[in-house]
Design a protein around this ligand. Structure first.
Ligand code: PLP
Length: 426
């Protein structure tokens, strides 16, 4: 067999010698005693350094209207920052709130407000429903699932495709079952699939009939601006589409600067219909007298304009793109043509999604761990941490420096080849 003959086409003898070769390569890998981590989509220190100037801002402490940002008040956030991100996210200023440092907290608040109080068009609070179900595209973001799980909300999965969630499947689930109250979507460079929801898919999601009058799309646009190439995906305008489709309050949009400025000290945003914004603030006002406007003002001064944000994102791309190229190069070098792995080549976002033969993902993660390479646990991108096929691995190359990404991914590729050969030899 040539080195590129698919494993499935090799004779038993050829497979056994391939397995021996990979066992030897793996033993060498373990001997190196690596300590590398590809588990979480965190920005690297080099990326955080791009925002160093934030730490000496703001210059002064009054906003455009002359308000002292050091004091209480302004629950909806600084208007100049809302204007900037309204433009970037394609909504009107009255349709966006600038909040604290975590969009995940805003998602959680919106969920809990629906549970305790109900939404704008809810017949009753969701806590008073017998069952509440959410549609979850898979693979997806683990924290979305664990949030639902913590409130006993049932999760129904649909496949995440290249143009967004399988919209036929979503329509069928939502049409007749009033217990289906919501769905998660990461519309741009999804975590981890990298997919971008097209305008057509978004239009169908925005206008599809739903048995629940208060069906919600949690539109988590965490990677709206996080392009890895010059071919920049434009996020579908879900708020306008839903309004045109007769369901203006269906989407709630979330975004943040966690992977723009400082992951732990950025600004998060919530957007939707004007009524959605007022509904949200109407509940939030019992929990807060106002957000960190000092942080809002320094972000305004740091960026200057929406174009300032775009220019800043180009700096991230300069650091990140080579790491994603290294992931692809390492996997291609070891696995191309073998018929045992498929992976994404995302045009943005923070992740590569790697599919291996069914039943091998957990074994590969364990092999990598024993070789000192920490990967996200197999199954993490599925509700309850269970990948029904045990085949998906999420790779997060942003945090380590480039040569560590290269070393770690060469090691991961060896583990993939070894696990696949073990399975085939039996
Ligand atoms: N949403 C998605 C899809 C993410 O991948 C992440 C972080 O990894 C977040 C939200 C967290 O956002 P924030 O830092 O604004 O809470």
């Amino acid at each position: 067999a040539s080195p590129r003959t698919p494993l499935a086409d090799r004779s038993p003898d050829e497979l056994r010698s391939f397995l021996e070769e990979k066992r030897a390569a793996y033993a060498t890998l373990v001997e190196r005693g690596l300590r590398l981590d590809l588990t979480r989509g965190k920005p690297s220190a080099e990326q955080l350094d791009l925002s160093e100037a934030l730490l000496s801002l703001p210059d002064g402490h009054t906003d455009r209207a002359g308000t002292d940002v050091r004091n209480y008040g302004g629950l909806e956030g600084l208007v100049e920052l809302r204007e900037m991100f309204a433009e970037l996210l394609g909504v009107e200023t009255a349709q966006i709130v600038a909040g604290g440092n975590a969009s995940l907290t805003m998602m959680h608040d919106v969920l809990v407000f629906h549970l305790l109080h109900g939404g704008l068009d809810s017949p009753r609070p969701w806590k008073d429903e017998e069952v509440v179900r959410f549609v979850c595209p898979v693979p997806g973001y683990d924290r979305h699932y664990t949030m639902l799980e913590s409130y006993g909300i049932e999760m129904v999965t649909v496949p995440m495709l290249a143009d967004g969630p399988d919209v036929d499947a979503v329509e069928a689930l939502v049409r007749d079952d009033p217990s289906v109250k919501g769905m998660w979507i990461v519309p741009t460079y999804a975590n981890p699939a990298g997919s971008v929801v097209t305008q057509e898919v978004a239009a169908r999601l925005a206008s599809m009939p739903a048995a629940a009058p208060d069906f919600r799309i949690f539109w988590d646009n965490a990677y709206a601006l996080h392009h890895l190439t010059e071919d920049e995906a434009k996020s579908a305008d879900i708020v306008s589409l839903a309004s045109a489709g007769g369901h203006p309050h269906r989407p709630v949009v979330f975004a943040s600067t966690s992977k723009v400025t400082l992951a732990g000290a950025g600004v998060a945003f919530l957007a939707g219909s004007r009524e959605t914004v007022q509904w949200y603030l109407g509940h939030l006002k019992f929990a807060s007298i106002g957000p960190d406007k000092v942080n809002h003002l320094r972000h305004v001064q740091f960026f200057g304009s929406p174009d300032g944000v775009r220019a800043h994102m180009a700096e991230h791309r300069r650091i990140l793109a080579p790491k994603f190229a290294a992931v692809d190069a390492a996997l291609s070098a070891e696995l191309d043509g073998l018929g045992i792995a498929e992976w994404t080549r995302p045009r943005g976002g923070y992740f590569v999604s790697l599919d291996v033969p069914d039943g091998c993902a957990a074994r590969i993660v364990a092999l990598a761990k024993d070789a000192g390479i920490a990967l996200t646990p197999a199954g993490a991108s599925f509700p309850h941490g269970r990948d029904p096929h045990d085949r998906n691995i999420r790779l997060a190359p942003s945090f380590p420096v480039l040569d560590e990404v290269e070393t770690a991914m060469a090691g991961v590729a060896t583990c993939v080849a070894l696990a696949a050969a073990e399975q085939l030899v039996g």
